[in-house]
Ligand binder design. Structure first.
Ligand code: B12
Length: 224
């Protein structure tokens, strides 16, 4: 029965049919499939399938990419409240768009993917000052700051990731909080993340969580 649910869910996701995907999982729960199985055996493998499709150049488009992450985040949030025991949160991230930058779509995709992977995410919104990234990360005990920047000047400029790195350094937080960046300028120049002082970057939402999980693990292992 689980195989049928996986098939129906993936079909709905590829059709970008949010209502259909939600219907599939709520029917499955009524039929006795556990919310835990829905998240770990249906939703997360669905995201992995999308990673594979993108990296192997299958015919996936932006709408499918966007909807996979939004549906995954939606379903996960609905299932989490039904879990027998609260799920273990794998880490905490604060994320926002760099100062001067109002682009939101990429960040939303990343957030959807992280939530479905049991990462606690705080969305700081757009046009976020560097000080806010750092202050919120400290207040929320986050292991990772995620900065999204879609324009060359907000990616490279003095008020974005560069300033976040400077503040982390000044406040002695570099071992406790990692900096991960993303956005078109980092895709065009894959060495740019180092130039702006980031610890890692990711080229799309469905792979962002892998870079972020690595950073979370590094902080948990060595960050004390
Ligand atoms: C949609 C769009 C807009 C929309 C934004 C709507 C919204 N709510 O987001 C609107 C119309 C508002 C807009 C405005 C502007 N835009 Co615009 N916009 C775009 C466009 C067409 C697509 C961006 C997008 O959404 N891509 C799709 C998402 C899914 O991709 P993504 O953002 O790259 O995100 C993925 C990855 O990068 C990664 N990622 C993203 N963030 C993060 C963060 C982390 C931590 C990680 C790990 C990964 C990660 O994962 C994401 C998911 O896969 C791009 C062109 C382009 N092809 O990129 C121009 C573009 C970015 N815009 C541009 C410009 C110039 C502007 C304006 C200045 C235009 C103007 N004259 O007013 C304004 C700026 C406003 C501002 N201050 O920010 C330029 C930037 C040029 C440059 N080299 O700097 C571009 C490149 C267009 C161009 N070719 O000229 N824009």
């Amino acid at each position: 029965m689980l195989d049928d649910v996986i098939k129906a869910y993936n079909e709905a996701v590829l059709d970008t049919d949010r209502a259909g995907a939600l219907q599939v999982v709520s029917d499955a729960v009524i039929q006795g499939i556990s919310p835990e199985d829905i998240v770990f055996k249906v939703v997360i493998p669905g995201l992995d399938l999308m990673v594979k499709a993108i990296s192997e150049g299958f015919d996936t488009n932006l709408a499918q990419h966007f909807m996979t992450s939004q549906i995954a985040a939606d379903v996960t949030e609905k299932m989490l409240v039904l879990f027998k025991a609260p799920p273990q949160i794998r880490g905490r991230v604060v994320i926002g768009t760099a100062a001067g930058d109002l682009h939101t779509l990429g960040k939303r995709i990343v957030i959807g993917c992280l939530k479905a992977q049991m990462i606690d995410v705080t969305d700081l919104g757009v046009n976020v000052p560097a000080e806010k990234f750092v202050n919120e990360a400290v207040a929320r005990d986050a292991q990772v700051i995620g900065v999204s920047a879609m324009m060359v000047h907000t990616a490279r400029g003095e008020n974005g990731a560069v300033k976040v790195r400077k503040l982390l350094k000044e406040q002695g937080l570099e071992h406790k909080i990692k900096l991960v960046v993303g956005g078109a300028p980092f895709r065009f120049d894959t060495g740019l993340y180092k130039v702006v002082g980031a610890d890692a970057w990711a080229e799309n939402g469905v792979s962002a969580y892998k870079a972020i999980i690595d950073c979370i693990q590094e902080v948990k292992q060595y960050g004390h």
